[in-house]
Design a protein around this ligand. Structure first.
Ligand code: ADP
Length: 169
């Protein structure tokens, strides 16, 4: 119950989740899903020590995707990007943990797979900038906005992590 209240609070106040409760939004894009990379990607974040608090597979609407990528609306690839993201299921997730926004971006690699180091998701599995497998929020503010856009408060599941004391001091 207290977690639901906190989640609603965090939907209103972006700075509510900090420290080990920081949250980020990740979405496995249609190419990542089609290429059967869902398990591999989840495995990487689980083994890192992060805490999965929400996940769903959805066929995203054009309206949702246009809102999600609103900041890119003037870029030449915007319409193609929205079309591609709506071309198949997306696996949307919320992950929680210390510095998860920044660390997840490092685990994803650079926007262009060609610039991404081996060991990163895009570096290991991607080739083309427009088929780069996964989305990850680029700041805490974006994470808050994206989590609110993709998930209702009741879809975020709070659970006791019994491994937490082995991951955080
Ligand atoms: P990131 O996903 O790494 O945060 P951006 O927010 O800049 O990167 O771009 C969002 C998405 O738009 C990228 O993940 C990629 O799918 C697509 N994209 C970015 N730049 C290009 C480009 N030059 N050509 C085609 N698609 C692009």
């Amino acid at each position: 119950m207290i977690c639901l209240v906190l989640t609603i609070f965090a939907h209103i106040f972006p700075s509510a989740w900090t420290g080990i409760n920081e949250r980020t939004f990740l979405a496995i894009k249609p190419d990542g899903h089609q290429r059967r990379l869902v398990g591999e990607i989840i495995r990487r974040f689980e083994r890192k020590g992060y805490h999965l608090v929400a996940m769903k597979m959805i066929q995203a609407s054009e309206e949702l995707l246009k809102k999600h990528y609103i900041e890119l609306r003037d870029r030449p690839f915007y319409e193609r990007l929205v079309k591609y993201m709506g071309s198949g299921p997306v696996v949307a997730m919320v992950w929680q943990g210390l510095d998860v926004v920044k660390t997840a971006r490092m685990m994803l690699g650079e926007t262009n797979p060609a610039d991404s180091l081996p060991g990163t998701i895009r570096g290991d599995f991607g080739v083309d900038i427009s088929r780069n497998i996964i989305h990850g929020s680029d700041s805490r503010e974006s994470a808050q906005r994206e989590i609110t856009l993709w998930f209702q408060p009741h879809e975020i599941v709070c659970w006791q992590d019994n491994a937490e004391k082995w991951i955080n001091e």
